[in-house]
Design a binder for this molecule. Structure first.
Ligand code: CP
Length: 308
């Protein structure tokens, strides 16, 4: 297959396994490009992309901007906090005004699940979801699986546990879809209050004992506790969370085998994982960030090819 089956990247749910393979193949090529002395290709010289972020971001926003610049696209970036959204302008009006400036593609992060899908149905541009509330974060799901495949080889039959705040996580759902499409087995582990009911319907098992979960898996993706999305207490105290669901060096070293440690960032050091674990040779956290640029270049390049 040489083209994507979709016009937008709204979620991993909408992709075919062959789309993921094409994105990975293209990302591997771009990873080689960005490790050359001249890191830029002229592929998207005629494409203009707007990055519109209604929620905070460090990695995703900078990674998309860099990916676009490496492809020679023209880029404009918009932060809702400094925009006329604050004066009451609607999402569709805001985006249509940006598109009137001859923009071809929109990368959007928004607090509301379904915001990217809504936009794709109401404006004429290619839309990339950079995270919609607690729903999906498809480029994160792709870069996580790409990084794991680099580390573990073919993911068919590999075991991955996603640990922590699954309920408020868009990374969890995108990872579950991507890993399952690639043939991996997925479990989740965390406080009962932070495990959504939908996981069972996705064929994902819940393991409440962290040591058991870590002894089962080849890789653990340690999710951030999203305090900013919690209107009530989901566990008694941070101290108790750390005792039951945090990973430190002694726990890691006491396991039956060496596992890969992932984290989408930003890390609450000393909560999900200690600094020793984050900075250990088992951690691929900075590989995830590096691969994010190549994955986003691949997604943008392949979607740009579908713009009429
Ligand atoms: N992983 C991730 O989405 O990080 P940011 O919120 O910093 O973009």
């Amino acid at each position: 297959m040489s083209e994507l089956s979709v016009q937008h990247l709204l979620g991993i749910k909408y992709l075919q396994p062959s789309d993921i393979e094409l994105i990975f193949e293209t990302a591997a090529h771009f990873k080689e490009v960005i490790n050359r002395p001249i890191k830029k290709v002229p592929s998207l010289r005629d494409t203009t992309i707007a990055n519109i972020f209604f929620e905070n971001s460090t990695r995703t926003k900078l990674s998309f901007e860099l990916a676009q610049k490496r492809l020679s696209a023209d880029v404009i970036s918009f932060s809702a906090a400094q925009s006329s959204v604050k004066k009451g302008e609607t999402l569709i009006d805001t985006v249509n005004n940006i598109l009137a400036m001859k923009v071809d593609m929109v990368v959007m992060r928004h607090a509301h699940p379904g915001a990217a899908l809504f936009l794709s149905q109401n404006v004429k541009a290619s839309i990339i979801n950079a995270g919609d509330g607690a729903h999906e974060h498809p480029t994160q799901g792709l870069l996580d699986s790409f990084t794991l495949r680099e580390k573990l080889g073919d993911l068919a039959g590999k075991k991955v546990v996603i640990v922590g705040d699954i309920l408020h996580s868009r990374v969890a759902l995108s990872n579950i879809y991507a890993l399952q499409m690639l043939g991996a087995e997925v479990k989740v582990c965390g406080p009962k209050t932070l495990i959504p009911r939908y996981v069972a319907s996705l064929g994902v098992q819940v393991e409440s004992d962290l040591r058991k979960a870590l002894n089962w898996c080849d890789a653990a993706n340690m999710l951030r506790v999203q305090n900013e999305r919690m209107d009530v207490s989901y566990f008694p105290s941070t101290r108790e969370y750390v005792q039951r669901y945090g990973v430190d060096k002694s726990l890691l070293e006491s396991l039956d085998k060496e596992i890969v440690i992932m984290h989408p960032g930003p890390i609450n050091r000393g909560v999900e994982i200690t600094s020793e674990v984050a900075d250990s040779h088992q951690s691929v956290i900075l590989d995830q960030v590096e691969n994010g640029v190549a994955i986003r270049m691949a997604v943008i390049y392949l979607l740009a090819a579908k713009i009429q």
